[in-house]
Design a protein around this ligand. Structure first.
Ligand code: MG
Length: 305
């Protein structure tokens, strides 16, 4: 006799279903040890910044020296680092900073990896692999990857997701061999209709089964797309390997509007986050005053999380 949904939920059905289980299985369930939550490593706040245009300094050396002076731990590189690895490695070596991630340039390959024009996809793979080589050479946590900004593909969500799950594992393997990662970045809907939430990116990373495929959260975009910063980072869990930071409205320094980071930092503490939190923003006011103020604000938010 088959059990319908209605009869299963009828009176006495639970007892009947239990009676139908073999005794050995019931005993096994009763004696199963309780699963204890895994001990999480203690998270650390490592501050980084992109080489934003508002960053004071006449040249690269002076900009890096300022970041170091203001208490940053890392610097995020732009796409121009590809082919200029030595220039950046030498400049960073003069400081205590580490290079955090790479953002921009050829890394997203103009959305060609998920283009409706199939012939564009293979060259995009090669471009991204070249960026990953740079990231490996400079010991970066990863290359930041946006699958498609609005207007870059005519494909829809389901088709784009399938291409990613089919193709990213090869890039993940390339990244892992180079000692780095390809890091998917969700954006808000004004910039990308595909991939808007950390959990969505994490589910793609999970389906890729590759240690070289990771995700990040950008607190500017998250303000518009996530219902909970805490929930988003918990959902991203071990796949989260980079964070971008900016205020909510004018995308200026953290702390320059009412956007709070305590909930997000609680999420990062929950998952035992060890990678960088990096500025991707403009500055309202004098950067020499406002950037150190923002650093102090961030450290206070972390302490309160
Ligand atoms: Mg970003």
């Amino acid at each position: 006799m088959s059990i319908t949904r209605r009869s299963f939920f009828g009176a006495g059905s639970a007892a009947a279903a239990l009676a139908a289980l073999p005794k050995s299985r019931i005993a096994a369930q009763e004696t199963q040890p309780q699963v204890k939550p895994q001990a999480r490593p203690e998270a650390v706040l490592k501050l980084s910044s992109q080489l934003i245009s508002d960053l004071p300094g006449r040249d690269l050396d002076e900009k890096l020296a300022n970041l170091e002076k203001w208490g940053f731990d890392g610097v995020e590189l732009g796409g121009d680092a590809v082919g200029r690895e030595k220039k950046y490695a030498d400049a960073i070596a003069k400081t205590k900073l580490a290079a955090s991630a790479l953002c921009g340039g050829a890394c997203c390959a103009n959305g060609h990896l998920v283009s409706e024009v199939v012939a564009k996809r293979a060259p995009a793979m090669e471009k991204i692999k070249r960026v990953l080589d740079t990231c490996g050479e400079l010991h970066l946590t990863g290359a930041i990857y946006v699958p498609a900004f609005n207007g870059q593909t005519k494909l829809r969500n389901k088709e784009i997701r399938k291409i990613l799950v089919d193709t990213l594992p090869e890039l993940g393997e390339h990244a892992a061999k180079a000692g780095t990662r390809l890091i998917m970045e969700p954006l808000n809907r004004r910039e990308a209709f595909f991939l808007r939430q950390v959990a969505d990116a994490a589910s793609i990373a999970r389906d890729c089964h590759s240690p070289g495929i990771a995700v990040m959260g950008d607190l500017y975009h998250m303000y518009y797309e996530e219902t909970s910063d805490l929930g988003a980072f918990i959902s991203g869990g071990p796949y989260v390997h980079h964070v971008h930071m900016a205020s909510a409205h004018k995308r200026v320094l953290p702390g320059q509007d009412e956007r709070q980071f305590v909930d997000a930092f609680r999420g990062l503490k929950w998952i035992g986050y060890h990678d960088f939190c990096s500025l991707e923003c403009g500055v309202q006011g004098d950067p020499r005053v406002e950037i150190p103020k923002s650093v102090a604000w961030l450290r206070d938010q972390w302490a309160r999380a």
